[in-house]
Design a protein around this ligand. Structure first.
Ligand SMILES: Cc1cc2nc3c(=O)[nH]c(=O)nc-3n(C[C@H](O)[C@H](O)[C@H](O)COP(=O)(O)O)c2cc1C
Length: 414
């Protein structure tokens, strides 16, 4: 049987090892993890989700404190429309995040940034433009547009000097979403450099309804592959979601991919940004401990561990400090849900909000344990220590296991 290392993935003018580590916000796919993928010749992703919060933690900036101080009189108000991000600070923070990553890059691989459209930040157009332009200014190799249809996103950066040299990719979960995207970007005379096709078994938000289980990744890949061929279009396809072994990856390439995007296997690596105690929760999870629910205020279904502290927590919205999910009108579904419960209970201490969660605060604190469907198999990828903990893996070990394994086997750490 073939192994993944028998293939190479060409994106733009770069020949790469066919492994892309997917973006995982907030700082879960962090700089260290992305740099391993690049060093080994593949593609790593950082994420720009909540980037000012990330640079505060990593590089001691004070953006969150400053924003909260500026808007603190609004904390009790249900109307968050006046809480705006300072675009200059946002640019500064994004540039810092990307520069400090790219400065450390070694090897022949690439580092991309995952940019989610659903992070409207109370000013969707302008904040998205600033995030993308600042990432390009700071030398990012590529931008993966995710969590949204991105119908107007490429146009926002069409005047940037790097528009035609930076790699641009889009994540879709259906042919229809891809068709819409290509139709809307046609007049820019610039196709995406790659398309990540994310199936229903992925981690994070899903591009499906609650009927996600009825879809099959490789069928969607074949459908998109055939349609592109009919149109005479050649765009590299990168299947994602549930690619758990090197052999899964080979099957995904044989179905029409040039490489794969993977994430869940890397959540239990030493480099991954999750705290070690959370990595143990991922390891311990059984199949019944994972659910797809609708608590994300984005409106997309999201897969997570049922034991996530984010579920049914009733914390006060934190939009003055964060506010990443506020749409163009300053609206977030969690703010509504929280105020509805506050009205009923009238005691902040006792509030439980189960239909939505404050994703900003909980992602910031690593309390929303989003994960791929096969998280329950992670325990089979390692050994257990005498104290019962599962051993963390190096990202290089997992990367090489994808690359060199055959027959659906997984190499355990020594
Ligand atoms: C913990 C976690 C967080 C994720 N966060 C994001 C994200 O912020 N943006 C995004 O586009 N995809 C996100 N994803 C999806 C991954 O980038 C990837 O496409 C998908 O999980 C691949 O499937 P796999 O996890 O089964 O390998 C996340 C996945 C995980 C496991």
């Amino acid at each position: 049987m073939k192994r993944l290392d028998d293939y190479r993935m060409t994106l733009g003018n770069h020949e790469l090892v066919p492994i892309m580590i997917g973006g995982m916000g907030v700082d879960i796919s962090n700089t260290d993890l992305a740099l391993v993928a690049a060093r080994l010749g593949g593609v790593g992703h950082i994420s720009d989700a909540m980037v000012p919060t990330v640079t505060d933690r990593r590089y001691k900036t004070k953006y969150v404190k400053g924003k909260l101080a500026k808007y603190k009189t609004n904390v009790e108000s249900a109307d968050k429309s006046l809480v705006q991000f300072d675009l200059g600070e946002l640019a500064e923070s994004q540039k810092m995040h990307v520069t400090k990553t790219m400065e450390r890059k070694e090897g022949d691989g690439l580092v991309y940034i995952n940019v989610m459209e659903k992070l409207g930040m109370n000013n969707p157009r302008e904040t998205l433009k600033v995030r993308m332009e600042s990432a390009m200014d700071a030398g990012i190799d590529g931008i993966t547009m995710s969590a949204g249809l991105h119908l107007g996103t490429m146009a926002l950066i069409a005047d940037h000097p790097r528009f035609r040299d930076v790699h641009l990719g889009i994540i879709v979960s259906s042919l229809r979403a891809l068709q819409l995207f290509l139709r809307k970007t046609k007049n820019l005379d610039r196709l995406p450099d790659y398309i990540v096709i994310e199936g229903p078994l992925a981690g994070g938000h899903l591009g499906f309804g609650q009927d996600w289980a009825e879809f099959d990744l490789l069928k969607i890949v074949a459908e998109i592959r055939d349609w592109l061929a009919e149109q005479g279009l050649t765009i590299p396809l990168i299947p994602a979601g549930g690619v758990f072994t090197g052999s899964d990856a080979v099957r995904a390439i044989e179905a029409g991919g040039v490489g794969v995007q993977v994430a869940t296997r890397f959540t239990v690596t030493e480099e991954c940004g999750l705290p070690d105690r959370v990595k143990q929760e991922y390891y311990k999870a059984g199949e019944g401990d994972i659910e797809v629910n609708m608590i994300s205020p984005t409106g997309y279904p999201m897969r997570m561990l049922k034991s996530s502290p984010a579920i049914c927590s009733g914390i006060r919205p934190n939009c003055e400090a964060f506010g990443y999910l506020l749409d163009s009108k300053g609206h977030c579904d969690y703010v509504d849900a929280y105020n509805r419960e506050l009205e009923k209970v009238r005691d902040e201490e006792k509030i439980r909000v189960c239909d939505k969660t404050c994703l900003c605060t909980h992602m910031r604190k690593f309390q929303c344990w989003t994960c791929g469907h096969y998280t329950y198999r992670l325990k089979d990828t390692t050994v257990q220590e005498a104290n019962g903990d599962y051993r963390l893996l190096s990202a290089e070990h997992v990367f090489n296991d994808y690359l060199y394994s055959t027959d659906d086997q997984i190499l355990l750490p020594r």
